[in-house]
Design a protein around this ligand. Structure first.
Ligand code: GLU
Length: 509
C-alpha cells in the first residue's frame, strides 16, 4: 500500500446524469479521504467530445452538493492541481504521448477508420470475430513500426491524420494488488494496443487519466469494476513513464434487484424507483426521476448507498456521514456485485424521517401547503403521523384528517364496525366528551376507559367507532392525542357530523 498522503479523485465523464453507481463511487472516495485525513478531488473527464452532454457537469456538482459529499478540489472549487476539467488541460497531454513514442513504449499509426473496418470484416470472414490492433497484428498495419522513418515523417508533414498507440510488449504478466480484489494478473497478449492520443488532438481516457492522476498526486484510485480491464494498461503506463502507480480499488457492480445484470438507467423508472440522485431531463424532454425530487432525505440516500457493496461487520445499519467516515474501510468492500433493494431504500428513508425533529418537518410541511398553518400545529401533526409515513409529503395524505374534517369514511371499517348500538354508543360518548373540562390526551383516555368499563365493552368495540367518526379512517395514531390536537369542540362537532353521515349511509343501504 502506498504511504503517500491520501489524495483520491472521482473522475466522471460528463456524458449524462450521474447514475447512483457513480454517486456510490464518489461516496466511497469521500469516505476514504475523510477517514485518512486526505483530500477528495473531482476531475471532469471530457476528452471524448462526441459523448459530451451539456449540463452534465453542473448536474454532477449539484448532485454531490445535495448528497453532502462535496470535494475539496475541483472545477468551480479550486485547488493547486487545476484546471480540473480535462478539456482545459488539453495542451499538456501531447508531450507525454511523444515521450512514450520516444521511449519506444508507443508508436504512431496511420490506419484510417475505413482500413480498420476492412481489417475487422476480413478477419470476421476468416472466422476471427474479435480482431484487435495488437502486438501480433500491428506488424501488418500502417504504423511507425512497419513504415520506413522517412515515410512516417513525410506523412506527418503532409498532415495525414494519425493516432498514437500503446506498444504492448509480448507475453508479459502484469500484476498489481487491488485493495479489494487482492492480486490481479493479466498477460499483455490479452490487451490490445490501445489508442493513447487521437487524431483530433485529444488524448484518450487512458492517457489523460494516468497523466492527471500523476500530476494531481493521486494516491488511491477507487472506481467501478468496469475499469478493472483497463487497470493493467494503466499500470503499464505508470511503468513506461517511470512513475509510482497509485493503489487501485475496483468497486463491485450495482446489480438489478433480481441480481440479473447491471442496474441500468432504464431500470429505475421501469421498476418504480429512481436510479439518479436528482431529476434529469434529456434534450428530448424525457424525464428520469431522482431521489431528491421523490422526497428522499440526502442522509437516507447516502446511508443506503454506503451499504451497496460495503458493510461495517456489525448489525448497525443507521450511520450518519461522520459515522460512515469512521467505519469505512476498503477491505470491507465486497468483491461481488451488490443487488439494489428498493424496499430497503424506502426503509432507510422511513428511519431517517422518524428521526427528523418534528419542528424541521413542520417547516417542510408548511412549504408544501398552500394555506397558512402555524408551525407548532404542523410539528404536532408531524409527530403524530411520521411513524406511518415514508416521505414528508405522506404526512399530509396520511394525516389529512388533522388539517380538515373527513369527507368520507373508510368503507371496510363501516362495514365491519358500524353495527348494533354503534350510533347510541357514539352519541353517549359525544355527550361525555362535551362535559369534559380538560381535554388533554391523558384525560380523554381516562374518560374513555371508564366509559367502556361502565358498559363492560372492550377497546376494540368502541375505539374504532370513535376513530371512524373523527378521522374517517380505520387506523391511525393515538385517538387520545388526536383528540387533544383537535380540541373538544372540533371532536364533538366531528362526531355529530359522523353520526349524521352514518345515518344516511345506513338508510341508503
Ligand atoms: N472517466 C471515467 C468514468 O467516467 C473514470 C474512470 C476512473 O476513475 O479512472 O468513469
Amino acid at each position: 500500500m502506498s504511504e503517500r498522503p491520501v489524495r483520491v479523485r472521482f473522475a466522471p465523464s460528463p456524458t449524462g446524469p450521474l447514475h447512483i453507481g457513480g454517486v456510490r463511487t464518489a461516496l466511497y472516495n469521500y469516505l476514504f479521504a475523510k477517514k485518512h485525513g486526505g483530500t477528495f478531488i473531482i476531475r471532469i473527464e471530457d476528452t471524448d467530445q462526441t459523448r459530451f452532454v451539456p449540463g452534465a457537469q453542473d448536474y454532477i456538482m449539484d448532485a454531490l452538493a445535495w448528497c453532502g459529499i462535496m470535494p475539496t478540489e475541483g472545477p468551480g472549487i479550486g485547488g493547486d492541481c487545476g484546471p480540473y476539467v480535462q478539456s482545459e488541460r488539453k495542451s499538456m497531454y501531447r508531450a507525454y504521448a511523444d515521450q512514450l513514442v520516444e521511449n519506444d513504449h508507443a508508436y504512431i499509426a496511420f490506419d484510417t477508420s475505413e482500413e480498420l473496418t476492412t481489417m475487422r470484416d476480413q478477419a470476421k470472414q476468416m472466422g476471427m470475430p474479435n480482431w484487435q490492433y495488437n502486438n501480433t497484428t500491428r506488424s501488418s498495419m500502417k504504423n511507425s513500426l512497419t513504415l520506413p522513418s522517412d515515410e512516417v515523417q513525410r506523412r506527418i508533414e503532409a498532415n495525414e491524420p494519425y493516432v498514437i498507440r500503446m506498444k504492448m510488449p509480448r507475453n508479459k504478466d502484469i500484476r498489481f494488488e487491488d485493495a479489494i480484489r487482492s492480486w490481479v494478473v493479466v498477460n499483455t497478449n490479452n490487451i490490445d494496443d490501445k489508442v493513447l492520443f487521437k487524431s483530433d488532438g485529444m488524448p484518450t481516457y487512458h492517457l489523460a487519466n494516468i497523466v492527471d492522476d500523476y500530476k494531481m498526486n493521486i494516491s488511491h484510485v477507487i472506481r467501478g469494476e468496469e475499469w478493472l480491464p483497463s487497470a493493467p494498461l494503466h499500470i503499464m503506463l505508470y511503468d513506461a513513464f517511470g512513475w509510482e502507480a497509485p493503489t487501485f480499488a475496483h468497486l463491485p457492480l450495482l446489480l438489478k434487484p433480481d441480481g440479473n445484470g447491471k442496474l441500468s438507467k432504464r431500470d429505475g423508472d421501469r421498476l418504480g424507483f429512481p436510479v439518479f440522485p436528482t431529476n434529469w431531463t434529456t434534450a428530448e424532454g424525457e424525464l428520469y426521476s431522482g431521489y431528491r425530487e421523490k422526497g428522499y432525505l440526502p442522509e437516507a440516500f447516502i446511508n443506503m448507498l454506503a451499504f451497496l457493496g460495503w458493510n461495517p461487520g456489525t448489525t448497525q445499519e443507521i450511520f450518519s456521514l461522520e459515522e460512515l467516515v469512521e467505519a469505512f474501510s476498503l477491505p470491507r468492500v465486497s468483491k461481488s456485485g451488490a443487488k439494489f433493494d428498493p424496499d430497503k431504500t424506502k426503509w432507510f428513508q422511513q428511519q431517517y424521517l422518524r428521526s427528523t425533529p418534528n419542528e424541521e418537518i413542520a417547516v417542510q410541511l408548511s412549504q408544501l401547503l398552500t394555506d397558512n398553518h402555524d408551525l407548532a400545529s404542523l410539528a404536532t401533526i408531524a409527530g403524530l403521523i411520521k411513524e406511518r409515513a415514508t416521505f414528508v409529503e405522506d404526512i399530509l395524505t396520511e394525516g389529512s384528517f388533522l388539517l380538515a374534517q373527513p369527507s368520507d369514511y373508510d368503507e371496510k371499517t363501516v362495514r365491519k364496525k358500524w353495527k348494533g348500538n354503534a350510533a347510541v354508543l357514539m352519541s353517549e360518548w359525544k355527550t361525555t366528551l362535551s362535559t369534559l373540562t380538560s381535554f388533554d390526551a391523558a384525560n380523554v383516555e381516562t374518560e374513555f376507559k371508564s366509559f367502556i368499563t361502565e358498559r363492560e365493552l372492550g377497546i376494540g368495540a368502541v375505539l374504532p367507532l370513535f376513530r371512524l367518526l373523527v378521522t374517517g379512517k380505520g387506523m391511525g395514531p393515538s385517538m387520545f392525542e388526536v383528540s387533544e390536537f383537535l380540541g373538544k369542540d372540533e371532536c364533538v362537532d366531528r362526531i355529530e357530523k359522523g353520526l349524521e353521515a352514518m345515518d344516511k349511509l345506513v338508510s341508503s343501504n
